[in-house]
Write a protein that binds this ligand. Structure first.
Ligand SMILES: NC(=O)c1ccc[n+]([C@@H]2O[C@H](COP(=O)([O-])OP(=O)(O)OC[C@H]3O[C@@H](n4cnc5c(N)ncnc54)[C@H](O)[C@@H]3O)[C@@H](O)[C@H]2O)c1
Length: 338
């Protein structure tokens, strides 16, 4: 499972068994007892890249940590419960992953989560800015199109902002695109790579199927249908779970893939590329997801949108107004905070 999980970082993972000195990532999961948090923590505990796993939530972390701590891998595991224990959870962390907050129920958009999740993300990122200002911050909590501007403004308020270290985790969109295109074309999904740019909500999710490797040809009706399926894949899961939440297992996989790529790059592996929703100058809005070359200090280079089709150009133009509105909503939220 390990090599499949860490696909983009597979070689480095295998190497990691012999170069243990570099594989000392200290990773915190905030919201660790939830539907995403628990399987994500399991995947992180299972990785030789991680030496310390600290788990924070407002409920159940002592149990989750005790359970995981019996697994015969190197990473130490400790649970932290409630706001007074949050600073200790964060001190010394290299990477913080945040899946804390409420998920969607059928009929809800990601933006419907704003009222609850905005303050959760603001509080947690404020603690990160104070207690691990150098760490990479990976936000999973929705609406990502607003929670990344929130995280940014909070870090700015604390004078700890580094645009290269704050990531909106959109990896699940890439994972889904790879899977659906592989299904359509009878390919091995592990060998398919579809960049997905824009944001992480409905029409702002823009798969660049014209840039897929290996190259795939789809008639326009199939292209439109699979693009729509990728954009609404989260809703597909919300509907199937019928009130019991949104994607958790596939999200845990995607979150772990992103963290492993980041840690590999921090360890000096070259050529590690992931898409993520970040502060950007690549489109006509302040934040945008594009492929990023990752390095020791986070984003090394934004690889930009690249050559795209007229169909994809139109999708970008249609996404910008929604992205701008979601970004503004996040920024205003922090401005109005006491
Ligand atoms: N980025 C993506 O692609 C993606 C995909 C799926 C879900 N999500 C989002 O991830 C989030 C979590 O989803 P889930 O299914 O794990 O939800 P969940 O309800 O199962 O778990 C959320 C966890 O957060 C904890 N929590 C709540 N407030 C907290 C606080 N102030 N501090 C610390 N922990 C707190 C809860 O106790 C719970 O354990 C949701 O916002 C969801 O929309 C994002």
């Amino acid at each position: 499972m390990l090599s499949a999980l860490a696909r983009p970082a597979g070689a480095a993972l295998r190497r990691s068994f012999s170069t243990s000195a570099q594989n000392n990532a200290k990773v915190a999961v905030l919201g660790a007892s939830g539907g995403i948090g628990q399987p994500l923590a399991l995947l992180l505990k299972n990785s030789p890249l991680v030496s310390r796993l600290t788990l924070y939530d407002i409920a159940h972390t002592p149990g989750v940590a005790a359970d995981l701590s019996h697994i015969e891998t190197r990473a130490t595991v400790k649970g932290y419960l409630g706001p007074e224990q949050l600073p200790d959870c964060l001190k010394g962390c290299d990477v913080v992953v945040i899946p804390a907050g409420v998920p969607r129920k059928p009929g809800m958009t990601r933006d419907d989560l704003f009222n609850t999740n905005a303050s959760i993300v603001a509080t947690l990122t404020a603690a990160c800015a104070q207690h691990c200002p150098e760490a990479m911050i990976c936000v999973i909590s929705n609406p990502v199109n607003s929670t990344i501007p929130i995280a940014t403004e909070v870090f700015k308020k604390h004078g700890a902002y580094d645009p290269n270290k704050i990531f909106g985790v959109t990896t699940l969109d890439i994972v889904r695109a790879n899977t659906f295109i592989a299904e359509l074309k009878g390919l091995d999904p592990a060998r398919v790579n579809v960049p997905v740019i824009g944001g992480h909500a409905g029409k702002t999710i823009i798969p660049l199927i014209s840039q897929c490797t290996p190259k795939v040809d789809l008639p326009q009706d199939q292209l439109t249908a699979v693009t729509g399926r990728i954009q609404e894949a989260g809703t597909e899961v919300v509907k199937a779970k019928a009130g019991a939440g949104s994607a958790t297992l596939s999200m845990a996989y995607a979150g772990a893939r992103f963290v492993f790529s980041l840690v590999d790059a921090m360890n000096g592996k070259e050529g590690v590329v992931e898409c993520s929703f970040v502060k950007s100058q690549e489109a006509d809005c302040a934040y945008f997801s594009t492929p990023l070359l990752l390095g020791k200090k986070g984003i090394e280079k934004n690889l930009g949108i690249g050559k795209i089709s007229p169909f994809e150009e139109k999708m970008i133009a249609e996404a910008i107004p929604e992205l701008k509105a979601s970004i503004k909503k996040g920024e205003e939220f922090v401005k109005n905070m006491k």
